[in-house]
Design a protein around this ligand. Structure first.
Ligand SMILES: Cc1cc2nc3c(=O)[nH]c(=O)nc-3n(C[C@H](O)[C@H](O)[C@H](O)COP(=O)(O)OP(=O)(O)OC[C@H]3O[C@@H](n4cnc5c(N)ncnc54)[C@H](O)[C@@H]3O)c2cc1C
Length: 453
């Protein structure tokens, strides 16, 4: 097969089914039809076995925290992916229901089943469910990180400093984009009455009967074409300022790629390649690689080796202890979830950040840190703050419910960080104060800008 072996995990080593009618690519995490190792790997198998490729994607209306905002963005991307898959000569079957159940059903008539890799608990459980049901060979291909998670490290890493040398040592072996193969046996007659149309995304979303209280956003459109345009804007206009200007929330010299990366709409290798090509050996490229490879893949490492990533139990004992010690410290006010959600705190900077994420589905990293840290001061216990932060993060961000969501929120509570000089409420956990924002940025200009949204 064409795929680099380190990206392949064999989930069932049964032989290919001789009676199989197709090679099934159960698409789940890598929602694209180009630079997708799992799709190319499926084509490789299909050409060898002289069979067509059937790509299956099942939209789960009950996906954890799924709402109209998330589904609209995802389905915009899928509509484009479906067209590309069909143009390449494979069949695309779009279903509604339980992804693992649908994949297990379709696997019955498959010669070989291929899927991509996810890192969260339910995504792993889905794959195990399909492996248990699958009577033929079942392989999983890791396409949404630069270095495969188990190659990068065989254990949970404690900080960026411990995973950094490991990633730098191995990255050179994993930079090649997958070759794009011709499909030799075009899909004919694989359609089923259960296949759904995706002509009208809004109508499809309505039919899901999901939480419609969080609606679609204007600033992001799902799909590879939009992801590529976003990448191009970044490499041509912002990359050169990324090294020294990334942290400035007002200039926005960042990529805005996280929603696309979250749904696998663009290959991380394609992003890496474009940034390297555009930026050469500049400091900006190094800083980007630090965020995009080291920090992002540290988050993947965290969730992969700690499947309780969303539990308060995973927060380090020293951080829990120091936060507990400071639980009775005076707070300016305690807010309900509804007050937080509606930007009704006494801090105009925090309210502005909440407003931006509520309306746009996105927030600059520096404001995410500030937003998350300040929630600790708005609740009576740190555990309550942790849980409220996960809820708000996953409800409003387009990139929410990602490995990055859980690692980043846990960072607010000491994961991948160290102890700092003691402060009220935070104890030895790193704090962030409004004075820092005033010192570093024209924060009032930011607040004004969010009012215009
Ligand atoms: C409280 C909090 C919550 C967060 N929630 C999420 C989330 O739900 N989903 C999510 O993808 N990211 C999350 N992040 C990480 C980070 O803020 C975003 O990935 C980044 O701001 C996305 O914007 P961008 O694509 O323009 O970033 P850029 O600066 O252009 O970076 C490019 C890519 O590198 C990765 N990256 C950048 N910064 C970080 C970082 N600090 N840690 C890990 N990866 C990084 C992202 O994949 C990002 O898309 C959170 C951070 C904090 C502090």
């Amino acid at each position: 097969m064409a795929t680099d072996n380190a990206r392949v995990s064999v989930l069932s080593d049964a032989r290919p089914n001789n009676d199989g009618k197709y090679v099934l690519y159960w698409m789940e995490h890598s929602q694209r039809a180009e630079n997708n190792d799992a799709f190319e790997h499926s084509i490789g198998w299909a050409n060898t076995l002289k069979l067509p490729v059937l790509v299956l994607f099942t939209v789960d209306p009950d996906y954890p925290d799924g709402n109209a905002r998330h589904f609209t963005f995802m389905l915009q991307g899928l509509r484009e992916t479906i067209e590309t898959v069909k143009n390449r000569g494979a069949h695309f079957s779009l279903r509604k229901g339980k992804p693992a159940k649908a994949a297990a059903e379709m696997a019955r008539d498959a010669a070989v089943v291929i899927t991509d890799r996810g890192y969260l608990r339910h995504l792993n459980e889905w794959r195990r469910e399909v492996a248990d049901a699958c009577k033929c060979r079942f392989e999983m291909i890791e396409c949404d990180v630069v270095v495969p998670v188990e190659v990068a490290s065989n254990k949970r890493e404690s900080a960026a400093r411990t995973i950094r040398p490991k990633l730098h040592r191995t990255i050179g072996d994993f930079l090649e984009l997958p070759a794009s193969w011709n499909i030799k046996h075009k899909a004919k007659g694989l359609g089923s009455p259960d296949d759904l149309d995706l002509n009208d995304v809004a109508q499809f979303v309505e039919g899901l009967q999901c939480d419609a209280s969080v609606g679609p956003v204007k600033g992001f459109t799902g799909g590879l074409a939009a992801a590529r345009q976003t990448l191009k804007t970044f490499t041509t206009r912002h990359l050169r300022h990324y090294g020294d200007g990334r942290a400035d929330i007002t200039t926005r010299n960042v990529s805005h790629l996280s929603p696309y990366l979250h749904l696998g709409m663009i290959s991380p290798l394609e992003v890496y390649d474009a940034v390297k090509t555009a930026g050469g050996n500049s400091e900006s490229v190094d800083v980007f690689v630090e965020e995009f490879v080291i920090r992002r893949e540290l988050a993947v490492n965290y969730c992969h080796y700690n499947q309780q990533y969303d539990s308060w139990d995973s927060i380090p004992a020293w951080a829990k202890e120091t936060l507990k010690d400071h639980e009775s410290d005076e707070r300016s006010a305690i807010y309900t979830l509804e007050q937080l959600e509606q930007s009704k705190t006494d801090d105009p900077y925090w309210n502005a950040a909440m407003r931006e994420m509520r309306i746009t589905g996105y927030l600059h990293n520096h404001m995410r840190m500030y937003w998350g840290k300040r929630i600790i001061t708005y609740t009576t216990t740190a555990q309550d703050a942790f849980e409220k932060t996960i809820y708000l993060n996953n409800k409003y961000f387009l990139d929410g419910r990602d490995a990055n969501s859980y690692a980043s929120i846990s960072w607010l509570y000491g994961i991948h960080d160290r102890g700092w000089p003691r402060q009220p409420i935070f104890g030895k956990v790193r704090t962030m104060a409004p004075s820092g924002l005033k010192r570093k940025f024209d924060i009032d200009a930011y607040v004004k800008w969010t009012r215009s949204l």
